[in-house]
Write a protein that binds this ligand. Structure first.
Ligand SMILES: [Zn+2]
Length: 363
């Protein structure tokens, strides 16, 4: 592709510099091994309750998610968040690279995101086949970032049509390289340049019918400029992609905090939000209070950076001022100094009007 010389690519290379993708970068240097479910031997699995109607009522009626026993060792924890609706939550060592999920309908399965690690995506396919004989018909990428699209080929090999926002096709093989900065390796570059392009793209909301089961794909603003969410109304479940992170700082590299805060306000204002389950892009299954907590983090970040800027602080001095305050306001989050420094830098750029984002792509 010729996108390597696009404005978006130049912007990314210039502005993003070194290690701009902390979570993903951590996952890059070594091949990712498929490791055991850390909870499997800890007696935390609800033993097969989901097979019983009464148990299903108790489980979902309480708004909880039921952890699913996976006979195979997999690099994610599978949780049934509603009848036939599963979240695949990345393990504690981030072997999968992000969260994913799937919805089993009357006549097929729709998968949400494909992890970074293609072996994790293959394991997800096996788990789906173990749970249902229905065909995997779609994978919907919530956005182009490689930690959500890296395993797309495994889903395509399983029969899925790859669906994404219309901008994803122009970004997935180019901007993902820039995300790694100088941590890119020849192997990783080759992998990214060979990522599948989406088969079906949209810049409008879509309704997907899995038989009688309705799934709503919505375009939203904030994380990359090409973001989708996936709502399963009958299960009160929303797969947010990276519009929501739970108790960890988000990747703001391509984002607009201004837009992001508005989108998360919409999440919190959904009908019956108190009973919704939100599956974030990173972090564990979330509820309404987590959406509010995450949104507040973004608001706090913007306020603290804005206050520092008014005092004339910039770069390292701004980070040194804001980081401890941000941690103090969110003591139950995992916020590394490194992650905070990226958050503050990107927020500073946005407030200065110099933040440059990927450029919308023509079809
Ligand atoms: Zn992302």
């Amino acid at each position: 592709m010729s996108m390597g010389s696009s404005a978006a690519s130049k912007i990314s290379r210039r502005n993003l510099g070194r290690s701009i993708f902390p979570l993903l970068s951590q996952a890059v240097p070594k091949p990712i091994a498929v490791v055991g479910n850390p909870f499997q031997s800890a007696g935390m699995i609800r033993p097969l309750l989901r097979t019983l109607a009464l148990a299903a009522f108790l489980t979902f009626g309480a708004g909880a998610s039921a952890q699913v026993q996976t006979p195979e060792k997999v690099p994610f924890v599978l949780k049934e968040v509603g009848p036939g609706v599963y979240a695949a939550i990345d393990g504690p060592h981030h072997e999968a690279g992000s969260n994913a999920g799937f919805v089993i309908g009357d006549d097929g399965v729709l998968v949400i995101d494909a992890f970074f690690n293609i072996d994790a995506a293959r394991a997800l396919v096996r788990e789906i086949h173990r749970l249902t004989p229905k065909p995997i018909r779609y994978v919907v990428n919530t956005h182009y970032h490689a930690d959500h699209t890296g395993g797309d080929q495994a889903l395509r090999d399983a029969g899925a049509i790859i669906n994404a926002h219309r901008n994803v096709g122009g970004w997935v093989r180019t901007n993902n390289i820039n995300l790694f900065g100088d941590r890119i390796t020849p192997e990783l570059k080759a992998k990214i340049e060979a990522l599948p392009l989406p088969d079906l793209v949209t810049d409008k909301d879509l309704t997907v019918w899995l038989g009688s089961r309705k799934v709503v794909v919505r375009t939203v603003l904030g994380h990359t400029g090409g973001d989708l969410t996936i709502l399963v109304p009958d299960a009160k479940a929303l797969f947010t992609g990276d519009m929501l992170w739970r108790k960890v700082p988000p990747n703001l590299i391509d984002g607009s905090v201004h837009e992001w805060v508005a989108t998360d306000a919409d999440f919190a204002a959904m009908p019956d939000a108190e009973h919704m389950t939100y599956v974030p892009g990173h972090g564990d299954v979330a509820k309404l209070n987590d959406v509010k907590d995450f949104r507040q983090y973004l608001i706090d970040l913007e306020r603290l950076v804005s206050e520092g800027r008014k005092r004339g602080l910039k770069d390292d001095s701004l980070a040194q001022e804001v980081t401890p305050k941000l941690k103090a306001l969110h003591p139950d989050w995992t916020i590394s100094d490194r992650a905070a420094s990226f958050e503050i830098r990107y927020m500073d750029q946005e407030l200065a009007g110099t933040k440059q984002r990927p450029i919308a792509q023509p079809d």
